[in-house]
Design a protein around this ligand. Structure first.
Ligand code: ZN
Length: 352
């Protein structure tokens, strides 16, 4: 059995997949900082001592995805320094910071944005993202984890890894054209030799989202699509390039909606091409107006009224509750509105 758990990550994402009696796990994102003590650390502490976290994946360096992972890496680093047993054993750490991406396509470019950051610009959440990306780098080296093993470069569409216990992971996004476009933009900013132009390039929110990692996890016949904050059109093109989209829609068991259900990341087409038994929206709707009611409309209208599927929320969002009730009229889908508890979806027979 593969268990897919969406921890209460408030406005962020934190997903734990376990199989083979919890002996193997994948962690995708760690939510904002407080999620570590509230949910992530207790979940990891409950794994058997012999368990290995096969992949820790930071989809991108936004605080609501990376901060909990930084807490985990800091704890592991302290344990290492103090000669104590680690909370968990990590086999691979996957993440693409924007400077990694720029460095891979245009060596030398990444230092310029760092200089701008160190001068105090940009500030706020964007500057914080870059500092957090650098922190992951530092901790990854301290823990002697090879960068993005087994690829040893940015993780990108077409990469895949086979894990023990019949679990396979395919990387759906980002793709090479998106990475190249991003690096070109940074090169142009660097060549302008103007701190304001460099800062503007960093401030562009499309940069971290373009480098957001999307994973398709396959367990036997079961599939789980974890989209981070990636753009839906990039997810679709990545699925098409990987041969996962045929004439009909992709039938996934679990689809985590991109970017907490924002309407900017999806379209009616996105939901027409990907159907799921379980749709999951990870948000509490407090910090940002997520999910967008239009996202829910597009999702539901992509399915036949008699289709049976479930839309799970890690937290109820009052702003869309009435809209959901309207959409449910004459349709067979279910909603699972949790009050800050973990959404648990179990795939496969219990004995597997
Ligand atoms: Zn996010």
């Amino acid at each position: 059995m593969l268990a897919v758990e969406f921890l209460n990550a408030h406005h962020g994402d934190c997903v734990v997949l376990t199989w083979a009696g919890d002996r193997h796990a994948i962690l995708v994102d760690g939510g904002p900082s407080k999620v570590y003590d509230q949910a992530l650390r207790p979940r990891l502490a409950a794994l058997p001592r012999s368990a290995s976290v096969e992949i820790v994946c930071v989809t991108h360096v936004d605080d609501d995805h990376v901060a909990g992972v930084i807490r985990l890496l800091n704890e592991l680093n302290r344990s290492r320094r103090d000669g104590e047993a680690p909370l968990v054993r990590i086999e691979r750490l996957w993440f693409n910071s924007v400077d990694d991406v720029a460095e891979a396509v245009a060596p030398g470019v990444s230092s310029a944005p760092w200089l701008a950051t160190e001068r105090g610009q940009p500030s706020g959440t964007v500057g914080a993202s870059y500092r957090q990306g650098r922190e992951v780098h530092r901790l990854r080296s301290a823990l002697q984890l090879t960068g993005n093993a087994p690829f040893d470069r940015v993780v990108r569409q077409g990469d895949s890894v086979q894990l023990p216990g019949d679990v396979h992971v395919d990387v759906i996004a980002p793709d090479q054209p998106a990475l190249t476009a991003l690096a070109k933009k940074w090169r142009a900013a660097e060549q302008a030799k103007n701190p304001a132009v460099i800062a503007a390039a960093i401030e562009d929110r499309s940069a971290p989202n373009l480098s957001s990692i999307c994973l398709l996890v396959t367990y036997g016949e079961r599939t789980v699509l974890l989209t981070g904050d990636a753009r839906g059109d990039h997810v679709l093109s990545g699925l098409a390039s990987g041969g996962f989209l045929g004439d009909g829609p992709l039938l996934a068991d679990v689809l985590k909606l991109p970017h907490h259900g924002s309407a900017k990341n999806v379209s009616p087409e996105f939901f027409r091409r990907i159907h799921a038994s379980h749709y999951v929206i990870s948000t509490d709707g407090r910090k940002h107006p997520h999910p967008d009611p239009r996202t829910l409309t597009w999702l539901v209208e992509s399915r036949s009224p008699t289709d049976y599927y479930t839309i799970h929320f890690t937290n109820p969002v009052a702003a869309v509750t009435g809209h959901l009730e309207e959409l449910r009229k004459g349709r067979s889908f279910e909603t699972n509105l949790l009050q800050g508890r973990t959404v648990v979806i179990k795939l496969g027979a219990p004995a597997e």
